[in-house]
Design a binder for this molecule. Structure first.
Ligand SMILES: [Zn+2]
Length: 98
């Protein structure tokens, strides 16, 4: 039987208030699929039962943050290495041409 608010979100367990169209916490809704509704989407390629929706969301946000913003650790070290290299070359050039 399909989930109807109010009640605990069948996807993440957060409380979904009466009349809410979607879960505030994980964004699940009648369209994107409360877990209890999965049977009605038979035939579509849905993830299996132990699919971790919260983990999936977290990974999606991590990827997005990586695309938008700060450099990854490897990129950071590459820049640090490059800076050290440039400083060394400059120091060498200054000592040679002075
Ligand atoms: Zn939820």
């Amino acid at each position: 039987m399909p989930f109807r608010p109010p009640g605990q979100c069948p996807v993440c367990g957060e409380w979904v208030p009466r009349g809410a169209a979607a879960c505030d916490d994980c964004g699940a809704c009648a369209k994107s699929g409360w877990k209890d509704d999965a049977e009605t989407y038979d035939g579509l390629d849905l993830p299996d039962e132990d699919f971790d929706y919260d983990d999936f969301i977290k990974r999606e946000f991590d990827n997005r943050a990586r695309q938008l913003g700060g450099p990854t650790r490897e990129q950071l070290w590459r820049w640090v290495g490059l800076a050290v290299f440039i400083v060394m070359v400059l120091g060498y050039l200054i000592s040679v041409f002075r």
